[in-house]
Design a protein around this ligand. Structure first.
Ligand code: SF4
Length: 283
């Protein structure tokens, strides 16, 4: 009799989309049961084995995605005057957002001038996706392409995010609503200031309240720290299910993972992102 199943780490039974993702991130042989792994290895293009997880240099032409920010510090304590301004702006935004439905909230965001980021934006990026949504995906702030198009997660990062979602049977049209913590692009993709975060956060909290997702996948250190109110590193936040308390007293499971723009530049981390997706799908 063979060894008990319990002795073997619970391997998922990937569907075809998941197998594409596993092949992409170079860990198909790690995850697939042996017979499937052999078949997958035979079917994989030459060179697309585990070594595919090795980071490669992205030339300028190959990396139009939003450049990764320098390590994001946790929202820092603002100077007293700025903190008071932030609180006032947040209170004003929260008052307008409270009671708004999604359509009204989108209009509020598009018209918003509650912080200085309104001055440099082409478009405020409200978010897009399924309504109601099983999941919410929360990123940090619009990049250049998002600012141009008025949509979240476009370009290479968006394609990668879509592939990640599809690997666990999710799509942004059918199941997922995608939004950012900050709705307007910070100049040069700099980190948002505490007062900007304070001013904009009520929009996201209202979106969460209205969409009432089963769970939230938060991408990137800045978004995770902001949403969870922590200064912990992404390494410390990954790998477990957090809980977000909504203004209505509901507790929503939150899973933290890497931002797709980071994964494009650090493909070796895609294996960890895959684990995060499985955690979110299980959670
Ligand atoms: Fe308003 Fe948020 Fe844009 Fe600031 S970033 S102007 S608070 S929508």
């Amino acid at each position: 009799m063979s060894a008990p199943e319990a002795a073997v780490p619970a391997a998922p039974r990937p569907n075809p989309l998941q197998r594409i993702w596993l092949r992409e991130i170079g860990i198909e042989k790690t995850w697939l049961p042996a017979p499937l792994a052999s078949a997958a290895g035979a079917a994989a293009p030459a060179g697309r084995t585990a070594s595919a997880a090795t980071p490669r240099a992205d030339g300028p032409a190959a990396s139009p995605a939003r450049a990764p920010r320098p390590p994001v510090a946790a929202p820092q304590r603002a100077e007293p005057a700025a903190e008071a301004d932030g609180q006032a702006a947040r209170a004003a935004v929260a008052a307008r957002a409270a009671g708004a439905d999604l359509g009204q909230l989108q209009q509020l965001v598009q018209d918003c001038t509650a912080c200085g980021l309104c001055q440099g934006r082409r478009h405020a990026v409200f978010g897009m996706g399924a309504q109601p949504a099983r999941w919410m995906v929360v990123g940090e702030a619009p990049g250049e392409q998002e600012d141009r198009q008025g949509l979240p997660f476009v370009g290479r990062s968006g394609k990668l995010l879509d592939a990640m979602l599809q690997s666990v049977g999710m799509s942004r049209e059918r199941d997922v609503f995608i939004a950012n913590v900050i709705k307007c692009r910070p100049p040069g993709n700099r980190n948002p200031k505490p007062e900007e975060i304070a001013a904009c956060s009520p929009y996201l909290r209202r979106q969460i309240a209205l969409l009432n997702p089963e769970r939230i996948l938060v991408l990137g250190r800045f978004a995770a720290q902001t949403l969870l109110g922590t200064e912990a590193t992404i390494g410390n936040l990954r790998g477990r299910v957090h809980s977000l308390q909504t203004d209505e007293g509901r507790s929503i499971p939150v899973v933290v993972s890497y931002h797709p723009a980071y994964l494009l530049r650090s493909p070796a981390e895609k294996a960890r992102a895959w684990q995060d997706l499985l955690l979110a799908a299980r959670g």
